[in-house]
Design a protein around this ligand. Structure first.
Ligand code: ZN
Length: 330
C-alpha cells in the first residue's frame, strides 16, 4: 500500500506542470513569466515556442492545421510530426497541415513541433490530442448530411438518432423526426397553409425493427423484386435516420405517383427546398438512387444544401456528393 502510494506520488510530481505562480509571485523580480496555452513562457527575450493548437475538423477527409507562435530568431524551419494516439504517423511529418485519414477513425491526433533557435536552443512542444476522429459527414448517421442508399447502409445498421420529436401543429401518423427536421416541417407547414395548401406527415422515423416489419410486409404483398424498388431493407432506410418524411395532402394519393399532380404535391415540388427538403427519389433517377419516383418522400438536408442543389440543378444526393450510383444492393 505504502509503496503504491509512493509510486503514485512520484509519478504525480513528474507529470505536474511547472507552477507559474512561483515565478511571478507578487514582488518577485522575475515579472515576465506568463502562462500561455497551458505552458509557461519565461523571459520575453529568450526563445519560446507556444503549445501547438489544432484547428480544422476532426473528421475523416478533413484537414487539421497546427498553429504555433515563436519568439526569438529561429535557425531552422519548424518541424512538425503528426501523432496518432501519441505515436508518429508514417509519412506525416514536416507539414503544417494533416489530412485526416480513414485509419484515424476513432483515434486521437496530435502534433509535435520542434523549433531550433540561433544559439542552438531547441524547443519541443506537443499539442493536446483531439477528440476521437469522426467519420465523414456523409458516413456519419448522427450528421444531418449522412447519405444512405442501397450501397451505403447506416453504420451501425441498428442506428437510432439521439433525439426525436413530433412536429407541432401538423397532422401526422405518430412517427417523430429529429428536432431540426421538426422545426423545418413546422415552418413549411405554416407557409403551405398561408398558400392555401394542406400538408400532412404520413411517415417519419422508422426504427430498424419497424423497417424490417414494413419491408417484409411489402415483400409478402408484392414479392421481393417489386418491394425493393420502393422499400428499403432494414439498416438501409433513410427513414431510420430521422431526417426523412413522407408527406401527403387532403386530396388522396398517399404514397402514390398521383400525389405529384395534387395541389400539395405541386406546392412541395416547387417550395420544399426553401425549407431544406429535397425530393429524394425524383422521376427517372432509379438507376442512381435505387428507387422509383416517390413524389411524397422528402429528405431534410438543410436550406444551404437544398438551395445549392437547386441552383446547380442537381437532383440526387449521390450526384451532389460525387458518390457512385446505387441502383441495387450490389
Ligand atoms: Zn419514404
Amino acid at each position: 500500500m505504502a509503496a503504491a502510494l509512493g509510486l503514485a506520488l512520484g509519478l504525480g510530481a513528474l507529470l505536474a506542470p511547472p507552477n507559474p505562480a512561483e515565478a511571478s509571485a507578487p514582488g518577485s523580480p522575475v515579472a515576465v513569466s506568463r502562462v500561455e496555452a497551458g505552458r509557461t513562457v519565461v523571459a520575453a527575450a529568450s526563445p519560446s515556442l507556444s503549445r501547438p493548437k489544432l484547428t480544422g475538423s476532426i473528421r475523416v477527409g478533413s484537414r487539421l492545421r497546427a498553429n504555433v507562435t515563436t519568439t526569438g530568431r529561429k535557425s531552422d524551419f519548424l518541424h512538425y510530426e503528426w501523432l496518432r494516439d501519441g505515436k508518429p504517423i508514417n509519412g506525416a511529418a514536416e507539414t503544417v497541415n494533416y489530412n485526416v485519414k480513414k485509419a484515424d477513425l476513432k483515434h486521437r491526433i496530435s502534433v509535435r513541433v520542434t523549433a531550433t533557435f540561433v544559439g542552438g536552443v531547441t524547443l519541443v512542444s506537443t499539442s493536446a490530442k483531439t477528440e476521437k476522429i469522426r467519420p465523414r459527414l456523409i458516413d456519419d448517421p448522427t450528421s444531418g448530411q449522412v447519405v444512405v442508399n442501397k450501397r451505403r447502409p447506416l453504420k451501425p445498421k441498428t442506428f437510432v438518432p439521439l433525439a426525436l420529436t413530433m412536429p407541432r401543429g401538423i397532422a401526422n401518423n405518430g412517427q417523430p423526426v429529429r428536432p431540426s427536421v421538426a422545426r423545418a416541417i413546422e415552418k413549411m407547414h405554416k407557409a403551405a397553409r398561408a398558400d392555401g395548401v394542406g400538408l400532412r406527415m404520413i411517415s417519419g422515423y422508422r426504427s430498424y425493427a419497424l423497417q424490417r416489419q414494413t419491408f417484409n410486409a411489402y415483400v409478402a404483398r408484392d414479392g421481393v423484386r417489386a418491394a425493393e424498388t420502393y422499400s428499403a431493407r432494414p439498416g438501409y432506410s433513410e427513414h431510420q435516420t430521422g431526417l426523412t418524411v413522407d408527406l401527403g395532402g387532403y386530396e388522396g394519393c398517399d404514397f402514390d405517383f398521383c400525389f405529384a399532380s395534387t395541389k400539395t404535391g405541386k406546392w412541395l415540388k416547387k417550395n420544399a427546398y426553401k425549407y431544406g427538403f429535397i425530393m429524394r427519389y425524383p422521376n427517372g433517377s432509379q438507376k442512381i438512387t435505387g428507387y422509383i419516383w416517390e413524389p411524397y418522400h422528402f429528405r431534410y438536408v438543410g436550406t444551404k444544401v437544398a438551395k445549392n442543389m437547386k441552383k446547380k440543378k442537381i437532383q440526387t444526393l449521390e450526384q451532389y456528393r460525387g458518390l457512385k450510383a446505387a441502383p441495387n444492393y450490389g
